[in-house]
Design a protein around this ligand. Structure first.
Ligand code: GTQ
Length: 349
């Protein structure tokens, strides 16, 4: 028996395999090297989606179906190695959602966690658990598991954002629950900006008790993120693998902002080339600012603002920025860390 080779076949062995199959067994020695691999093997492949053609396709969808009829008018980013499976990585989903002026995407809730990363437009709203937030480009917005949420666009421009959900993860665990509210919009019980003031100003209500695993802050505005990155860069201390990379946290405990999805933002200054890096969390990147190149294994992608690309697990990644660049990204790192299976390897140090 071997971890890398399959034993040879023989007529007696084949007859035996057929016999055990009829009784709902199979022989481990024939499949072992495929199921316990020395390093991660994935059907997920590196891929880049350009924003301009995506926007055109979305606007075409805007003429075919309303947000209300669709429930969510979203184009799923299908990893070309896993077509038809509604996934961008093995464990994560990504989509591009369009809400046209005057439209609503009706209130519902599900056990899946969702993030929104605002790509194009500004001024549309999402409501989460009774509070509405107005979204601008670059904002990172959370819908915690089982939270009522609906989207609306009272601005005069189409709004497009990227949805990141843990749909494949919940399918894997057979733990999906969902229900509609039966109304377009949930009742608003809290003034806009309350969560940001209450939880996003380095304070917490004195007797605050943690509820659930998701951050009570549900909009992390890009204006604040960008200003923080710009201030930090003055120290000129760049991580060889990441440039200046930050993770979005839950202010209650400093843990990740979401229970299953790990969100990040990183600044790469003009001319910076990262040292090789790989980790077991396949990662979805969305370019906020700047142009550059990313090499993932043998594939190089040239990117510009609003492009989205995906890096599979355990593929070496190198980023090069032609201009100051800011990348948003998300992965399942938080879930892997909770399970004790996350690994990384740095070429630097
Ligand atoms: O906005 O609630 O892309 O429920 C997929 C499922 C978005 C949403 C998606 C969803 C949503």
């Amino acid at each position: 028996m071997s971890l890398t080779e399959k034993p040879q076949s023989s007529p007696e062995r084949e007859a035996y395999y057929e016999k055990i199959a009829r009784q709902d067994y199979s022989a481990l020695w024939n499949v072992l090297s495929g199921i316990i691999t020395p390093t991660p093997k994935s059907e997920c492949v590196p891929h880049l989606w350009e924003f301009a053609p995506a926007r055109e396709l979305l606007m075409e969808a805007g003429e075919l179906i309303t947000a209300k009829e669709a429930e969510r008018r979203v184009l799923i980013l299908e990893n070309p190695g896993m077509r038809g499976q509604s996934r961008i990585t093995t464990s994560l989903y990504a989509g591009l959602q369009l809400v046209l002026p005057g439209e609503v995407a009706p209130a519902h809730r599900h056990s899946q966690s969702a993030l929104r990363f605002v790509m194009d437009g500004g001024g549309a709203c999402t409501a989460v658990n009774g509070e509405r937030t107005i979204m601008q480009e670059g904002d990172f917005v959370i819908t915690p598991p089982w939270a009522w949420h609906d989207h609306g666009n009272e601005s005069d421009r189409p709004m497009i954002w990227m949805d990141g959900l843990d749909i494949p993860m919940l399918s894997f665990f057979d733990a999906s629950f969902a229900e509609g509210l039966g109304e377009d919009m949930q009742a608003i019980t809290t003034p806009t900006g309350d969560a940001l003031a209450r939880y996003g100003a380095n304070m917490l209500p004195v007797d605050f008790e943690k509820q659930g695993l998701a951050s009570p802050l549900f909009n992390y505005p890009y204006a604040r993120t960008r200003e923080a990155l710009e201030t930090m860069r003055r120290r000129d201390e760049w991580d060889p693998c990441h440039g200046l990379k930050m993770r979005y946290v839950n202010p209650v405990d400093g843990g990740w902002a979401m229970p299953t999805i790990a969100p990040f933002v990183q600044l790469l200054p003009k001319g910076f080339k990262t040292a090789g890096y790989r980790s077991t969390d396949a990662t979805v990147f969305s370019v906020i600012e700047g142009t550059g190149r990313t090499t993932i294994g043998d594939t190089t992608f040239h990117w510009k603002p609003k492009d989205i690309f995906v890096m599979p697990s355990w593929h070496k990644v190198v980023h090069e920025a032609d201009e100051d660049a800011v990348l948003f990204s998300y992965s399942d790192r938080v879930a892997q860390q909770k399970l004790g299976i996350w690994r990384e390897q740095r070429d630097a140090d």
